[in-house]
Design a protein around this ligand. Structure first.
Ligand code: 5GP
Length: 112
């Protein structure tokens, strides 16, 4: 069971900012920007690489939730970044799919 499954099950606390039947969003415990929210499916999909055609609707819901969270946090005016890390070389550390919604400062490119 990943740490995010425990957050979904309310076994450990999180600062939840958005929730639907299928999606949960909460603040990252180690924020990398003034706003740093993680948007995750309640279904335990390991990473984007593990999403399958039957997950298409859920993937759409996650993308829309990222936008919803960004608007809720006031990031839509100036812009923001959505990123997902996949596997070891992608820098993934929690093996439950999550999209980072980052904003409130100028983002640089390329990412590290
Ligand atoms: P990854 O490195 O897998 O792309 O991102 C995992 C993120 O989860 C990291 O930014 C990390 O700070 C965050 N994280 C890890 N454990 C917890 C936790 O227990 N609570 C919260 N809110 N975030 C966590």
């Amino acid at each position: 069971m990943t740490i995010f499954a425990k957050i979904i099950a309310r076994e450990i606390p999180a600062d939840i900012v958005y929730e639907t039947d299928t999606v949960l969003a909460f603040r990252d415990i180690q924020p990398q920007a003034p706003v740093h929210v993680l948007v995750i499916p309640k279904k335990p999909v390991v990473s984007l690489d593990h999403a399958r055609p039957e997950d298409a609707a859920l993937m759409g819901e996650l993308m829309l939730a990222c936008g919803e969270v960004a608007r809720q946090e006031g990031l839509d005016v100036g812009g923001y970044r959505v990123v997902t890390n996949i596997g070891n070389k992608g820098g993934q550390s929690v093996y439950h799919l999550h999209f980072h919604v980052l904003g409130g400062r100028q983002m640089s490119w390329p990412p590290g």
